[in-house]
Design a protein. Sequence first.
Length: 397
Amino acid sequence: MKPAQVVVGITGGIAVYKAVNVVRQLVLAGHNVRVIATENALKFVGKPTLEAISRNPINVSVFDDVAQVRHVELGQSADLVVVAPATASRIARTASGLADDLLANTLLVTTAPILFAPAMHTEMWENPATVANINILKARGINLVGPASGALTGADVGVGRMAEPEDIVAVASMLLSQKDLSGKKILVTAGGTQEPIDPVRFIGNRSSGKQGVALANAAALRGASVTLLAANIDPLLSILPGIEVVKIATAEQLFESAKTCSQSADAVIMAAAVADFTPVNVAENKIKKTSGQDEMLLTLKKTPDILKHLASNRAPNQVVIGFAAETVTTEKELLELAKVKVRNKGADYIVANSVGWDKGFSEDANEILMVSVAGDIVAKAQGTKTLIANVILDILK
């Protein structure tokens, strides 16, 4: 990737300490990084640190270098503007179109891609005002990375933690890169199906859809036209504008949608966790616990083998990638199961990962083996689900 002009806006939140590493990684990648730090940001980290890491003077005020018209020049010369952390206040200001400081002016002037990495407490992120402001930013084409779930300031834990620097830089790199998947149509499935027992209960799994959404977002950033079949995904996951989202609930609905949407796809990536069985009979009303009843028996039937059907009925030159979540203790076990599955399903590749009570589903990170139909390991990766997504997508270049 050729060096780029990157502006990093740093606003006043405790996550500023992580923003220093974002700047460092962008510089090490060979980019010319110019930092705009707000007055509040400088209460968390000093100018000497940011100047040493960025190797450029720090810009703070619209009155800095007035003769150079910095409040316009920074935005005009940028290939990318990253705001990390993006506080609730900065998000609101941007949504309102304010131009009350140097960073706000730069965001209004630039025609380059913009990437926000939100960071705030859970209550602030879920507040209707922030939700509305985020929707405005998305509608304007501003890209988001995160927030993640995890430890916040103090003893609080929840959604609102700024994405890790590696994740932010990975998305920034995609925005700066050549669109190596341009012209390709990619179908991605994400989340977990829910098979109804009665109007209020279902058989399901713990998949949040994070890996599937990361795949859809990464493919879109790399220029692909993406359709996402979303099966009960975490509603807080951020999906990039331009991705066609089809919401489904059950394995049967996923099967029907996948058959239709896959017909024109260059690649199908089945990241959704699909139920293997579904109840034969679904009660019209809530099943009640009656006196003396100690057990309830459910009769289940197999759900359609969606991956096998799509692989057997694929369009010419279409690439089909499946997933295998397995409860194993060794990499050797995982590899052997992946080899069996890729042959049985007829897919081109299987992405295998180990899951359990405390790993895999709903986590922000993943560890995978990608196995070809020939039984060869074509990729191994460990890290954030965005990183994993790009490793998988590299096979489609």
